[in-house]
Ligand binder design. Structure first.
Ligand code: G3I
Length: 441
Protein backbone atom coordinates (compact mmCIF):
# COMPACT_ATOMS: atom_id res chain seq x y z
CA UNK A 1 0.00 0.00 0.00
CA UNK A 2 1.26 3.46 -0.90
CA UNK A 3 1.48 5.94 1.93
CA UNK A 4 0.58 9.59 1.42
CA UNK A 5 3.63 11.68 2.13
CA UNK A 6 2.29 15.22 2.11
CA UNK A 7 4.84 16.05 4.79
CA UNK A 8 7.47 15.91 2.07
CA UNK A 9 5.82 18.91 0.44
CA UNK A 10 7.06 22.21 1.74
CA UNK A 11 4.64 25.13 1.42
CA UNK A 12 6.98 26.72 -1.14
CA UNK A 13 6.98 23.63 -3.36
CA UNK A 14 3.25 23.33 -2.93
CA UNK A 15 2.69 26.95 -3.95
CA UNK A 16 4.96 26.57 -6.98
CA UNK A 17 3.21 23.38 -8.07
CA UNK A 18 -0.19 24.99 -7.61
CA UNK A 19 0.83 27.99 -9.71
CA UNK A 20 2.25 25.78 -12.44
CA UNK A 21 -0.88 23.68 -12.42
CA UNK A 22 -3.15 26.74 -12.64
CA UNK A 23 -1.35 27.77 -15.84
CA UNK A 24 -1.91 24.37 -17.39
CA UNK A 25 -5.50 24.36 -16.21
CA UNK A 26 -6.21 27.77 -17.67
CA UNK A 27 -4.84 26.85 -21.08
CA UNK A 28 -6.57 23.45 -21.12
CA UNK A 29 -9.89 24.86 -20.06
CA UNK A 30 -9.80 27.92 -22.32
CA UNK A 31 -10.80 25.55 -25.08
CA UNK A 32 -13.66 24.18 -23.01
CA UNK A 33 -14.93 27.70 -22.34
CA UNK A 34 -14.78 28.61 -26.00
CA UNK A 35 -16.71 25.46 -26.92
CA UNK A 36 -19.41 25.94 -24.33
CA UNK A 37 -22.65 25.71 -26.30
CA UNK A 38 -24.82 27.76 -24.01
CA UNK A 39 -22.95 31.00 -23.65
CA UNK A 40 -19.50 31.36 -25.11
CA UNK A 41 -19.00 34.59 -23.19
CA UNK A 42 -18.98 32.79 -19.86
CA UNK A 43 -15.45 31.93 -18.90
CA UNK A 44 -15.14 28.80 -16.81
CA UNK A 45 -11.50 28.62 -15.77
CA UNK A 46 -9.19 30.38 -13.33
CA UNK A 47 -10.96 33.35 -11.71
CA UNK A 48 -14.19 32.44 -13.55
CA UNK A 49 -14.37 28.94 -12.06
CA UNK A 50 -16.83 27.74 -9.44
CA UNK A 51 -13.86 27.13 -7.17
CA UNK A 52 -12.62 30.70 -7.39
CA UNK A 53 -16.07 32.24 -7.00
CA UNK A 54 -16.77 30.07 -3.97
CA UNK A 55 -13.42 30.82 -2.34
CA UNK A 56 -13.95 34.56 -2.76
CA UNK A 57 -17.05 34.29 -0.63
CA UNK A 58 -15.63 32.04 2.06
CA UNK A 59 -17.57 29.10 0.66
CA UNK A 60 -16.79 25.74 -0.79
CA UNK A 61 -18.09 24.20 -3.99
CA UNK A 62 -17.30 20.54 -4.46
CA UNK A 63 -18.19 17.34 -6.22
CA UNK A 64 -18.28 13.59 -5.79
CA UNK A 65 -15.44 12.03 -7.74
CA UNK A 66 -14.13 8.65 -8.85
CA UNK A 67 -10.54 8.50 -7.58
CA UNK A 68 -9.54 5.83 -10.12
CA UNK A 69 -10.17 8.37 -12.89
CA UNK A 70 -7.97 11.08 -11.39
CA UNK A 71 -4.52 11.46 -12.89
CA UNK A 72 -2.77 11.82 -9.57
CA UNK A 73 0.60 10.91 -11.04
CA UNK A 74 0.29 13.62 -13.70
CA UNK A 75 -0.63 16.25 -11.14
CA UNK A 76 2.26 15.17 -8.90
CA UNK A 77 4.62 15.42 -11.88
CA UNK A 78 3.66 19.06 -12.38
CA UNK A 79 0.51 19.02 -14.49
CA UNK A 80 -2.02 16.62 -15.92
CA UNK A 81 -3.55 16.83 -19.37
CA UNK A 82 -6.49 14.63 -18.51
CA UNK A 83 -9.76 16.57 -19.00
CA UNK A 84 -11.62 15.02 -16.03
CA UNK A 85 -8.66 15.65 -13.75
CA UNK A 86 -8.35 19.24 -14.94
CA UNK A 87 -12.03 19.85 -14.42
CA UNK A 88 -11.98 18.49 -10.88
CA UNK A 89 -8.81 20.40 -9.97
CA UNK A 90 -9.94 23.70 -11.35
CA UNK A 91 -13.60 23.80 -10.38
CA UNK A 92 -13.79 22.41 -6.84
CA UNK A 93 -12.29 23.19 -3.49
CA UNK A 94 -13.80 20.20 -1.71
CA UNK A 95 -14.11 16.58 -2.87
CA UNK A 96 -15.93 13.48 -1.74
CA UNK A 97 -15.44 9.93 -2.96
CA UNK A 98 -18.59 8.73 -4.69
CA UNK A 99 -17.92 5.18 -3.52
CA UNK A 100 -14.29 4.70 -2.49
CA UNK A 101 -14.73 5.30 1.26
CA UNK A 102 -17.78 3.09 1.72
CA UNK A 103 -17.58 -0.21 3.57
CA UNK A 104 -17.94 -2.20 0.33
CA UNK A 105 -14.88 -0.48 -1.11
CA UNK A 106 -12.69 -0.49 2.01
CA UNK A 107 -13.47 -3.95 3.40
CA UNK A 108 -12.68 -6.82 0.99
CA UNK A 109 -12.95 -9.19 3.95
CA UNK A 110 -13.92 -8.95 7.59
CA UNK A 111 -10.31 -8.71 8.69
CA UNK A 112 -8.70 -6.68 5.92
CA UNK A 113 -8.83 -3.14 4.57
CA UNK A 114 -8.01 -1.78 1.13
CA UNK A 115 -7.28 1.94 1.26
CA UNK A 116 -5.74 2.28 -2.20
CA UNK A 117 -8.56 4.31 -3.79
CA UNK A 118 -9.30 6.36 -0.71
CA UNK A 119 -5.59 7.18 -0.33
CA UNK A 120 -5.52 8.18 -3.98
CA UNK A 121 -8.24 10.73 -3.38
CA UNK A 122 -6.49 12.11 -0.30
CA UNK A 123 -3.23 12.50 -2.22
CA UNK A 124 -4.96 14.21 -5.14
CA UNK A 125 -6.74 16.64 -2.83
CA UNK A 126 -3.52 17.47 -0.99
CA UNK A 127 -1.73 18.15 -4.29
CA UNK A 128 -4.60 20.28 -5.57
CA UNK A 129 -5.23 22.26 -2.36
CA UNK A 130 -8.66 20.79 -1.82
CA UNK A 131 -10.49 19.60 1.27
CA UNK A 132 -12.12 16.17 1.49
CA UNK A 133 -15.47 15.03 2.90
CA UNK A 134 -15.49 11.47 4.15
CA UNK A 135 -18.50 9.45 2.94
CA UNK A 136 -19.44 7.39 4.91
CA UNK A 137 -18.74 5.49 8.11
CA UNK A 138 -22.09 3.80 8.71
CA UNK A 139 -24.82 3.06 6.14
CA UNK A 140 -27.29 0.25 5.51
CA UNK A 141 -26.18 0.12 1.83
CA UNK A 142 -22.82 -0.58 0.21
CA UNK A 143 -22.00 -3.17 2.84
CA UNK A 144 -19.58 -5.86 1.69
CA UNK A 145 -20.90 -9.28 0.70
CA UNK A 146 -19.39 -10.90 3.81
CA UNK A 147 -21.27 -8.57 6.15
CA UNK A 148 -24.58 -10.46 6.16
CA UNK A 149 -23.06 -13.79 7.15
CA UNK A 150 -20.59 -12.28 9.62
CA UNK A 151 -22.37 -9.50 11.52
CA UNK A 152 -24.40 -10.60 14.56
CA UNK A 153 -25.97 -8.97 17.60
CA UNK A 154 -22.90 -10.12 19.52
CA UNK A 155 -20.29 -8.45 17.29
CA UNK A 156 -22.04 -5.58 15.45
CA UNK A 157 -21.03 -2.85 17.90
CA UNK A 158 -17.41 -4.01 17.81
CA UNK A 159 -17.45 -4.20 14.01
CA UNK A 160 -18.78 -0.64 13.79
CA UNK A 161 -16.44 0.76 16.40
CA UNK A 162 -13.33 -0.85 14.94
CA UNK A 163 -14.23 0.24 11.41
CA UNK A 164 -14.64 3.86 12.47
CA UNK A 165 -11.48 3.83 14.55
CA UNK A 166 -9.46 2.43 11.68
CA UNK A 167 -10.89 4.55 8.85
CA UNK A 168 -11.43 7.89 10.58
CA UNK A 169 -8.17 7.34 12.47
CA UNK A 170 -6.20 6.81 9.25
CA UNK A 171 -7.24 10.24 7.93
CA UNK A 172 -7.22 11.99 11.32
CA UNK A 173 -6.78 15.77 10.96
CA UNK A 174 -7.10 15.59 7.17
CA UNK A 175 -10.84 15.32 6.62
CA UNK A 176 -13.08 18.38 6.49
CA UNK A 177 -16.18 16.47 7.56
CA UNK A 178 -17.31 12.87 7.90
CA UNK A 179 -20.74 11.56 7.03
CA UNK A 180 -20.69 9.49 10.20
CA UNK A 181 -24.16 8.05 9.75
CA UNK A 182 -25.95 8.02 6.40
CA UNK A 183 -29.70 7.71 5.80
CA UNK A 184 -30.70 6.32 9.20
CA UNK A 185 -34.20 7.81 9.16
CA UNK A 186 -37.09 6.17 7.31
CA UNK A 187 -40.55 6.91 8.73
CA UNK A 188 -42.04 4.29 6.38
CA UNK A 189 -40.58 1.61 8.65
CA UNK A 190 -43.17 2.65 11.22
CA UNK A 191 -40.98 3.08 14.31
CA UNK A 192 -41.99 5.88 16.72
CA UNK A 193 -38.43 7.24 16.63
CA UNK A 194 -38.53 7.39 12.80
CA UNK A 195 -35.37 5.29 12.52
CA UNK A 196 -34.80 2.97 9.61
CA UNK A 197 -35.03 -0.74 10.36
CA UNK A 198 -31.47 -1.18 9.08
CA UNK A 199 -29.03 -3.99 9.82
CA UNK A 200 -27.20 -1.61 12.12
CA UNK A 201 -30.30 -0.83 14.14
CA UNK A 202 -31.35 -4.45 14.30
CA UNK A 203 -27.93 -5.82 15.24
CA UNK A 204 -26.43 -3.00 17.30
CA UNK A 205 -29.55 -1.34 18.76
CA UNK A 206 -30.96 2.17 18.18
CA UNK A 207 -28.09 3.86 19.99
CA UNK A 208 -25.70 2.73 17.21
CA UNK A 209 -25.94 6.30 15.90
CA UNK A 210 -24.66 7.74 19.16
CA UNK A 211 -21.95 5.08 19.30
CA UNK A 212 -20.82 5.95 15.76
CA UNK A 213 -20.58 9.70 16.44
CA UNK A 214 -18.73 9.27 19.73
CA UNK A 215 -16.28 6.84 18.16
CA UNK A 216 -15.71 9.18 15.20
CA UNK A 217 -15.08 12.15 17.52
CA UNK A 218 -12.39 10.21 19.35
CA UNK A 219 -10.81 8.96 16.12
CA UNK A 220 -10.72 12.34 14.38
CA UNK A 221 -11.35 15.29 16.68
CA UNK A 222 -11.03 17.90 13.92
CA UNK A 223 -13.49 16.58 11.33
CA UNK A 224 -16.97 18.07 11.39
CA UNK A 225 -19.21 15.16 12.21
CA UNK A 226 -22.25 15.02 9.98
CA UNK A 227 -25.58 13.21 9.73
CA UNK A 228 -26.48 12.88 6.01
CA UNK A 229 -29.90 12.12 4.47
CA UNK A 230 -32.10 12.43 1.35
CA UNK A 231 -35.74 13.25 0.63
CA UNK A 232 -35.85 15.96 3.26
CA UNK A 233 -35.89 18.91 0.86
CA UNK A 234 -39.50 19.24 -0.29
CA UNK A 235 -42.74 20.27 1.40
CA UNK A 236 -44.58 17.10 0.35
CA UNK A 237 -46.21 15.18 3.25
CA UNK A 238 -43.64 12.35 3.06
CA UNK A 239 -40.59 14.58 2.94
CA UNK A 240 -41.97 16.96 5.59
CA UNK A 241 -42.49 14.01 7.91
CA UNK A 242 -39.00 12.67 7.26
CA UNK A 243 -37.41 16.10 7.74
CA UNK A 244 -39.28 16.37 11.05
CA UNK A 245 -37.88 13.02 12.17
CA UNK A 246 -34.35 14.06 11.18
CA UNK A 247 -34.83 17.22 13.23
CA UNK A 248 -35.93 15.18 16.25
CA UNK A 249 -32.96 12.84 15.84
CA UNK A 250 -30.50 15.74 15.79
CA UNK A 251 -32.18 17.31 18.82
CA UNK A 252 -31.98 14.02 20.73
CA UNK A 253 -28.30 13.71 19.90
CA UNK A 254 -27.57 17.31 20.92
CA UNK A 255 -29.53 16.87 24.16
CA UNK A 256 -27.31 13.91 25.00
CA UNK A 257 -24.13 15.84 24.19
CA UNK A 258 -23.33 13.58 21.27
CA UNK A 259 -20.64 15.26 19.14
CA UNK A 260 -22.38 16.31 15.93
CA UNK A 261 -21.66 19.49 14.02
CA UNK A 262 -23.53 19.29 10.75
CA UNK A 263 -26.43 17.85 8.78
CA UNK A 264 -26.01 16.90 5.14
CA UNK A 265 -29.02 17.60 2.97
CA UNK A 266 -28.30 15.44 -0.07
CA UNK A 267 -30.52 17.36 -2.53
CA UNK A 268 -31.18 14.82 -5.29
CA UNK A 269 -33.87 16.88 -7.02
CA UNK A 270 -36.03 16.46 -10.13
CA UNK A 271 -36.22 18.87 -13.04
CA UNK A 272 -40.00 18.47 -13.21
CA UNK A 273 -40.69 18.02 -9.49
CA UNK A 274 -41.92 20.48 -6.88
CA UNK A 275 -39.29 22.87 -5.57
CA UNK A 276 -38.25 22.99 -1.94
CA UNK A 277 -40.23 25.58 -0.04
CA UNK A 278 -40.39 27.12 3.41
CA UNK A 279 -40.09 23.81 5.26
CA UNK A 280 -36.44 23.34 4.35
CA UNK A 281 -35.55 26.96 5.14
CA UNK A 282 -37.22 26.60 8.54
CA UNK A 283 -35.26 23.39 9.12
CA UNK A 284 -31.98 25.13 8.25
CA UNK A 285 -32.79 28.00 10.63
CA UNK A 286 -33.80 25.60 13.40
CA UNK A 287 -30.46 23.85 12.90
CA UNK A 288 -28.64 27.19 13.20
CA UNK A 289 -30.34 27.77 16.55
CA UNK A 290 -28.81 24.59 17.94
CA UNK A 291 -25.38 25.30 16.43
CA UNK A 292 -25.59 22.88 13.51
CA UNK A 293 -24.21 23.67 10.06
CA UNK A 294 -26.04 22.44 6.98
CA UNK A 295 -24.08 21.08 4.02
CA UNK A 296 -25.62 20.53 0.60
CA UNK A 297 -23.87 17.22 0.04
CA UNK A 298 -25.06 15.46 -3.14
CA UNK A 299 -26.96 17.82 -5.40
CA UNK A 300 -28.04 16.73 -8.87
CA UNK A 301 -31.17 17.15 -10.97
CA UNK A 302 -32.93 14.14 -12.51
CA UNK A 303 -34.21 14.97 -16.02
CA UNK A 304 -36.33 11.89 -16.67
CA UNK A 305 -39.50 13.99 -16.63
CA UNK A 306 -38.45 16.76 -19.04
CA UNK A 307 -37.85 17.03 -22.80
CA UNK A 308 -34.70 15.34 -23.99
CA UNK A 309 -33.07 17.90 -26.29
CA UNK A 310 -29.93 19.28 -24.64
CA UNK A 311 -31.29 22.82 -24.49
CA UNK A 312 -34.55 21.66 -22.87
CA UNK A 313 -32.78 19.54 -20.26
CA UNK A 314 -30.25 22.27 -19.59
CA UNK A 315 -32.80 25.01 -19.09
CA UNK A 316 -34.87 22.93 -16.68
CA UNK A 317 -31.84 21.73 -14.73
CA UNK A 318 -30.35 25.22 -14.48
CA UNK A 319 -33.63 26.58 -13.10
CA UNK A 320 -33.53 24.06 -10.27
CA UNK A 321 -29.90 24.82 -9.36
CA UNK A 322 -30.55 28.56 -9.50
CA UNK A 323 -33.71 28.48 -7.44
CA UNK A 324 -32.55 25.91 -4.87
CA UNK A 325 -29.01 27.12 -4.28
CA UNK A 326 -30.23 30.72 -4.43
CA UNK A 327 -32.45 29.91 -1.44
CA UNK A 328 -30.25 27.73 0.73
CA UNK A 329 -26.94 29.53 0.23
CA UNK A 330 -28.59 32.66 1.59
CA UNK A 331 -28.59 31.07 5.04
CA UNK A 332 -25.55 31.88 7.20
CA UNK A 333 -25.08 28.27 8.34
CA UNK A 334 -24.98 26.94 4.74
CA UNK A 335 -21.62 27.60 3.14
CA UNK A 336 -20.82 24.33 1.40
CA UNK A 337 -22.47 22.80 -1.66
CA UNK A 338 -21.37 19.67 -3.49
CA UNK A 339 -22.83 18.14 -6.62
CA UNK A 340 -22.98 14.35 -6.95
CA UNK A 341 -20.46 14.22 -9.77
CA UNK A 342 -19.25 17.09 -11.90
CA UNK A 343 -19.88 15.89 -15.47
CA UNK A 344 -22.82 13.89 -16.81
CA UNK A 345 -20.20 11.57 -18.31
CA UNK A 346 -19.94 10.15 -14.79
CA UNK A 347 -23.18 10.24 -12.86
CA UNK A 348 -25.10 7.48 -11.15
CA UNK A 349 -28.20 8.83 -12.94
CA UNK A 350 -26.74 7.76 -16.29
CA UNK A 351 -25.55 4.43 -14.92
CA UNK A 352 -28.69 3.32 -13.11
CA UNK A 353 -31.12 1.00 -14.89
CA UNK A 354 -33.95 1.98 -12.54
CA UNK A 355 -37.10 3.35 -14.26
CA UNK A 356 -36.83 6.63 -12.37
CA UNK A 357 -33.34 7.15 -13.84
CA UNK A 358 -33.81 5.82 -17.38
CA UNK A 359 -35.11 8.33 -19.93
CA UNK A 360 -37.84 6.82 -22.15
CA UNK A 361 -36.24 8.46 -25.23
CA UNK A 362 -32.95 6.68 -24.48
CA UNK A 363 -31.05 9.98 -24.25
CA UNK A 364 -28.54 10.58 -21.51
CA UNK A 365 -29.33 12.82 -18.58
CA UNK A 366 -27.62 16.22 -18.40
CA UNK A 367 -27.74 16.68 -14.65
CA UNK A 368 -24.56 18.47 -13.66
CA UNK A 369 -22.57 21.69 -14.35
CA UNK A 370 -20.55 19.98 -17.10
CA UNK A 371 -21.83 17.69 -19.85
CA UNK A 372 -20.54 14.42 -21.33
CA UNK A 373 -17.90 16.36 -23.30
CA UNK A 374 -16.92 18.42 -20.24
CA UNK A 375 -18.43 21.57 -21.65
CA UNK A 376 -20.11 23.90 -19.20
CA UNK A 377 -23.90 23.65 -19.19
CA UNK A 378 -26.37 26.29 -18.10
CA UNK A 379 -26.21 24.71 -14.65
CA UNK A 380 -22.62 25.95 -14.35
CA UNK A 381 -23.77 29.54 -14.67
CA UNK A 382 -26.75 28.96 -12.37
CA UNK A 383 -24.53 27.50 -9.64
CA UNK A 384 -22.01 30.30 -9.98
CA UNK A 385 -24.70 32.97 -9.86
CA UNK A 386 -26.12 31.40 -6.70
CA UNK A 387 -22.65 31.39 -5.16
CA UNK A 388 -22.18 35.04 -6.13
CA UNK A 389 -25.50 36.00 -4.60
CA UNK A 390 -24.74 34.39 -1.26
CA UNK A 391 -24.55 36.53 1.82
CA UNK A 392 -21.25 34.90 2.71
CA UNK A 393 -19.41 37.90 1.44
CA UNK A 394 -16.29 37.76 3.56
CA UNK A 395 -13.48 37.45 1.03
CA UNK A 396 -10.93 34.87 2.00
CA UNK A 397 -7.53 34.03 0.59
CA UNK A 398 -7.35 30.81 -1.43
CA UNK A 399 -7.01 27.72 0.70
CA UNK A 400 -3.40 26.70 1.13
CA UNK A 401 -2.93 23.49 3.01
CA UNK A 402 -0.07 23.01 5.37
CA UNK A 403 2.25 20.03 5.17
CA UNK A 404 -0.11 17.85 7.18
CA UNK A 405 -3.05 18.67 4.96
CA UNK A 406 -4.55 21.12 7.45
CA UNK A 407 -6.18 24.48 6.85
CA UNK A 408 -3.62 26.60 8.72
CA UNK A 409 -5.55 29.83 8.78
CA UNK A 410 -8.87 28.21 9.67
CA UNK A 411 -10.28 29.80 6.53
CA UNK A 412 -13.04 27.30 6.08
CA UNK A 413 -14.57 27.30 9.51
CA UNK A 414 -17.14 30.04 9.02
CA UNK A 415 -19.62 28.76 11.56
CA UNK A 416 -17.93 27.72 14.80
CA UNK A 417 -20.07 25.50 16.97
CA UNK A 418 -20.11 25.94 20.72
CA UNK A 419 -18.45 23.04 22.49
CA UNK A 420 -17.48 21.36 19.25
CA UNK A 421 -14.29 19.31 19.13
CA UNK A 422 -13.59 21.16 15.88
CA UNK A 423 -13.14 24.42 17.82
CA UNK A 424 -9.51 24.15 18.68
CA UNK A 425 -8.08 26.36 21.37
CA UNK A 426 -5.55 28.89 20.04
CA UNK A 427 -2.77 26.93 21.73
CA UNK A 428 -3.57 23.78 19.77
CA UNK A 429 -3.75 25.47 16.38
CA UNK A 430 -0.85 25.04 14.03
CA UNK A 431 1.18 28.23 13.53
CA UNK A 432 -0.05 30.55 10.80
CA UNK A 433 2.29 30.92 7.82
CA UNK A 434 4.08 34.29 7.84
CA UNK A 435 3.36 34.97 4.15
CA UNK A 436 0.78 32.67 2.61
CA UNK A 437 2.01 31.52 -0.80
CA UNK A 438 -0.26 32.09 -3.77
CA UNK A 439 -2.80 29.34 -4.39
CA UNK A 440 -4.10 28.03 -7.71
CA UNK A 441 -6.27 31.12 -8.10
O1 G3I B 1 -17.45 -1.78 -7.90
C1 G3I B 1 -18.30 -2.64 -8.64
C2 G3I B 1 -17.60 -3.16 -9.82
O2 G3I B 1 -16.55 -3.98 -9.37
C3 G3I B 1 -18.58 -3.94 -10.69
O3 G3I B 1 -17.94 -4.33 -11.87
C4 G3I B 1 -19.81 -3.10 -11.05
C5 G3I B 1 -20.84 -3.89 -11.81
O4 G3I B 1 -22.07 -3.21 -11.82
O5 G3I B 1 -20.39 -2.66 -9.85
C6 G3I B 1 -19.51 -1.85 -9.09
O6 G3I B 1 -20.12 -1.36 -7.95
C7 G3I B 1 -21.14 -0.39 -8.13
C8 G3I B 1 -20.65 0.95 -7.58
O7 G3I B 1 -21.71 1.90 -7.61
C9 G3I B 1 -19.48 1.51 -8.37
O8 G3I B 1 -19.87 1.77 -9.68
C10 G3I B 1 -22.34 -0.86 -7.38
O9 G3I B 1 -22.87 -2.00 -8.03
C11 G3I B 1 -23.38 0.23 -7.31
O10 G3I B 1 -24.44 -0.17 -6.45
C12 G3I B 1 -22.77 1.50 -6.78
O11 G3I B 1 -23.76 2.48 -6.75
C13 G3I B 1 -23.48 3.61 -5.95
C14 G3I B 1 -24.56 3.71 -4.86
O12 G3I B 1 -24.38 4.90 -4.13
C15 G3I B 1 -24.46 2.54 -3.87
O13 G3I B 1 -23.26 2.55 -3.16
C16 G3I B 1 -23.50 4.83 -6.84
O14 G3I B 1 -22.38 4.79 -7.72
C17 G3I B 1 -23.42 6.09 -5.99
O15 G3I B 1 -23.62 7.23 -6.80
C18 G3I B 1 -24.52 6.05 -4.91
O16 G3I B 1 -24.36 7.20 -4.10
C19 G3I B 1 -25.37 7.38 -3.11
C20 G3I B 1 -24.68 7.98 -1.88
O17 G3I B 1 -23.64 7.15 -1.47
C21 G3I B 1 -25.69 8.18 -0.75
N1 G3I B 1 -26.81 8.97 -1.20
C22 G3I B 1 -27.48 8.54 -2.41
C23 G3I B 1 -26.45 8.38 -3.56
C24 G3I B 1 -27.15 7.96 -4.84
O18 G3I B 1 -27.74 6.72 -4.69
Amino acid sequence: MREISTSMWTRRRFGKAALAMSGVLASQLRRTAAQAPVDARVGVSGPDSLRAHAALRGMMYGAAVIPALLDVEGVAAGGSKDPYTLLVSSQTNILVAENAMKWAALRPSADSFDFAEADRLMRFAALSGQRVRGHNLCWHEALPAWFKATATTANARTLLTEHIQKVAGRYRNQIHSWDVVNEAVNPKDGRPDGLRASPWLELAGPDYIELAFKTAAAADPTAKLTYNDYDIELDTPEQSEKRGQVMLLIRRLKARNVPIQAVGVQSHLKADGPMPGTGLLQFIRDMAKIGIEVFITEMDVNTVGVGGAPELQDAAVANVYRDYLGKVLGEPNVSIALTWGITSAHTWLNESKEPWAKRSDGLRQRTLPFDDDMNATRAFRAIRDAIDATKHVTPVAPLVLGPAGRDPGGLYKPFPVQGSPTNESPASQPPKPATPPAGPF
